[in-house]
Design a protein around this ligand. Structure first.
Ligand code: ATP
Length: 427
């Protein structure tokens, strides 16, 4: 984990936020490569969950909502963690994460647990009092529930159908940590899938399998993934069943995504509190009901951390150590690096031309700094699956060397055939 975090900083995946001022806990900034990796994760999710389906539509709701939303949803009352404090050093902990009833650092006595609400508060408008207090959303899901009737009335969707959303969420976590695993500002990818009540468990079963497959399609190794059913005593009181997709992180098996059957809890609560009709009338069976919901809820940052951890390899090559990120080509920030062997004009001109020709089709990077060995090492470390080297021979034979990251093979390919060869490999 330490090595990965240092690589992430060195190569520009992510940095501690406001680092020059000493940072701020639980917030990270994403660098040039991190942004591309994130966007690729979000694009893959949106593609499978929305674009390739005819039963899901998208939504982008505000981060700040009417505070009545969070009263109705139960977050004001219940979105809390048990907080304890060491009487000696005043460090604070989540009581449910401790293994003893003493301070893990100095053995000091702990206070009784109090319920600490994780929602960030701010004010809307120029007056700061309790009537103008609002929250930063701690999940994107509620934006979907309160728009349920709007989507139903403005589209042709009917249950079973889903509404998907990707966006920032904020939680004032007591103990953020493990790099970008537990953050105070993060991004979620959530689907609320509305179904006829009798079909809820069938769809829970369907979505848990779909979601488990999704992580494998991003190239994450199956042996590091598992689906875990929630025990009865873990379930929220309204939930009929839930599964976590878990990954074997360096700090143990932990949640990547939660998939829960939430019954009609959310829509009923908002119908009660708002007085608006959130039922659906099925004119085929002439029945009116509040749809039940199955919710797969994933984190962009956690998926990104998982991809990086799973891809990180150290290998011994001819007596030297090589660090390589074996990221799947669909998500990796750079797919093809174009490297002129030297900075001689003839070579850089040809290399730039090759790069410009490939750029519309692949994520490319041109690099003419340092020795070729160092440049290969950099591309291995950022997970670039292919590198094209333009050498002096290229000027005569109109061909280049295509090097593969994983096999480390080098083959000579005519310039005119590079695009075709790459399409075959990166499909
Ligand atoms: P935990 O029990 O670990 O606090 P949770 O069960 O409350 O998590 P959910 O509310 O189910 O988490 O959130 C759905 C997903 O959102 C999680 O699986 C995770 O990927 C992401 N997520 C939740 N909280 C955080 C956080 N603090 N930092 C980063 N990602 C998060």
């Amino acid at each position: 984990m330490e090595k990965l975090v240092s690589l992430a900083k060195r190569r520009g995946f992510f940095f501690q936020s406001s680092e020059i001022y000493g940072g701020i806990q639980g917030i990270y900034d994403y660098g040039p490569l991190g942004v591309v990796l994130r966007n690729n994760v979000k694009r893959a999710w949106w593609r499978t969950m929305v674009e390739l389906r005819d039963d899901v539509v998208g939504l982008d709701a505000g981060i700040i909502m009417n505070p009545k939303v969070w009263e109705a949803s139960g977050h004001v009352q219940n979105f809390t963690d048990p907080l304890v404090e060491c009487k000696k050093c005043h460090r604070r902990y989540r009581a449910d994460e401790l293994t003893s009833d003493r301070c893990p650092l100095d053995g000091g006595e702990l206070t009784d647990a109090r319920r600490f609400n994780l929602m960030f508060k701010t004010f809307i408008g120029p007056v700061e009092d309790s009537s103008t207090q609002v929250y930063l959303r701690p999940e994107t899901a509620q934006g979907i529930f309160v728009n349920f009737a709007n989507v139903l009335n403005s589209t042709r969707m009917r249950p079973p159908f889903g509404i998907a959303q990707i966006g920032k969420a904020f939680r004032n976590e007591i103990t953020p940590g493990n790099s970008i695993f537990r953050l105070r500002e993060f991004e979620q990818m959530e689907l609320e899938y509305f179904v006829p009540p009798a079909e809820e468990m069938k769809w829970l079963d369907y979505w848990k399998d779909q979601r488990f497959e999704f992580y494998q399609s991003l190239g994450i190794r199956k042996e590091n993934l598992r689906l875990r059913a929630h025990e009865k005593d873990e379930l929220a009181h309204y939930a009929r069943g839930a599964f976590d997709v878990e990954y074997s992180f360096p700090f143990g098996w932990s949640e990547l995504e939660g998939i829960a059957a939430r019954g009609d809890y959310d829509l009923s609560a908002h119908q009660r509190a708002s007085g608006r009709d959130l039922t659906y009338f099925d004119d085929l069976i002439r029945e009116r009901y509040i749809p039940h919901v199955v919710e797969p809820s994933a984190g962009v940052d956690r998926t990104m951390l998982t991809l990086l951890i799973d891809a990180y390899h150290e290998e011994e090559v001819r007596g030297e150590q090589r660090v390589v990120l074996k990221l799947h080509h669909s998500v990796t920030p750079v797919q093809v690096a174009i490297l002129p062997l030297s900075r001689k004009d003839e070579l850089t001109t040809l290399a730039k031309k090759v790069e410009h020709e490939l750029r519309p089709y692949f994520r490319t990077e041109y690099d003419d700094t340092q020795s070729i060995g160092k440049r290969y090492r950099r591309q291995d470390e950022i997970g670039t699956p292919f590198a094209i080297t333009i050498d002096f021979e290229s000027l005569n034979d109109n061909a280049a060397t295509l090097r593969s990251r994983d096999e480390m093979t080098q083959v000579r390919v005519p310039l005119a055939q590079l695009r075709g060869a790459l399409v075959d490999h990166l499909r």
